[in-house]
Design a protein around this ligand. Sequence first.
Ligand SMILES: [Zn+2]
Length: 406
Amino acid sequence: MITRYHAGWVVPIAGRPIRDAYVDVDGGVIVEVGRSAGAGSGRGRDVDLRGCAILPGLVNVHTHIELSGLRGEVPPAPSMPEWVRRLMARRAGSAPDAAAMRRALAEARRCGTALVGDIGNTRAPVAALRAAGMPAVAFRELVGFDEPDPAALVERTCAELDREAGHNPRLRLAAHAPYSVSPALFAALRAAAERRRLWPLSVHVAESREELEFLRSGTGPWRGLLEELGRWVPGWTAGTPSPIAYLDNLSWLGPGTLLVHGVHLTDVELRRIAETGATLATCPRSNRWTGAGVPPVARFHAAGVHLAVGTDSLASAPDLDMFAELAELRRLAPGVPAAALLRAATLSGAEALGFGASHGAIAAGRTAALIAVAGAGQADDVEEYLTGGVRPQDISWVGGEDRDSG
Ligand SMILES: [Zn+2]
């Protein structure tokens, strides 16, 4: 049976917002979107949400559910290497907190998140995402600057992913960052993704200034940390100060790459990212917390990169609220159209995670992972309204209820 949801606004993302519109849903799938002519569809049930705006659930492309137990435990730092030291000290020896992961995913859902890109170093997030029924890509992240046999490590990891594979989440590979992953390990991950069709790949890049120094001269706080950990490789040089040129040389840039942060990228690097079709994920609240800096959101937009949005983990963000992340983006980039920010937080994220055909937009044939935002139905500019901060209590999920009844 078709349910017709009438709303003050429907924000399809794939097209301009439609005032006084409806979305028809059948069996959890969107069957029609249009302008309301009057009362009912005459084909089934009608639901009056005229005080609301309906939009696709948001897509959080970068978080680390595994770190949920560290909420509020790793205070902000003046520089990112300093923050990572605090994180490592706090994390040492502690296993992922299953209850905290469960709460975090419930919170993400309550705040309107329909799809997640999660980075994990253990298998714990896979179980948590599966139990929560949260559609997701779970990236297994590898770290290894002095890894003696990168190919064997990647093979072992792929075998583990094969054992854990199921309907949801989709399991993929990630490299941590240029200062913690050797060129040979980058190459082995790239080769495995290619061979086993494990796209996308993900990597943190240009998050801190110190990373640029490390790539330029092999010096600075990241070198210091590697030495302390006994992981530094004497004689190592990157040969380029540009993180993007570095990844480009490793054939890591392309439509199947999710680059995370990019706080310290030049316009030349941003244009190169746009050219390759890679997606850049920005997490502005985390960047401030970790001391990484302020992401140049307006320059991201001007360069034409595919931009997506993440909250990062609860170790470096106050919550997993994507609407709060959007509001921060709005504050940082008042000149970027609200429509572009909304697209980044929905369809662009879904596309980057390989869910571009089902999630992130409202159109016939797509999954009805939709939210209704109370109070937005009467807004004059609904896109500005939605990027201005939406309270969790004003969000309700729509489109799923008829899935249960058939
Ligand atoms: Zn991260």
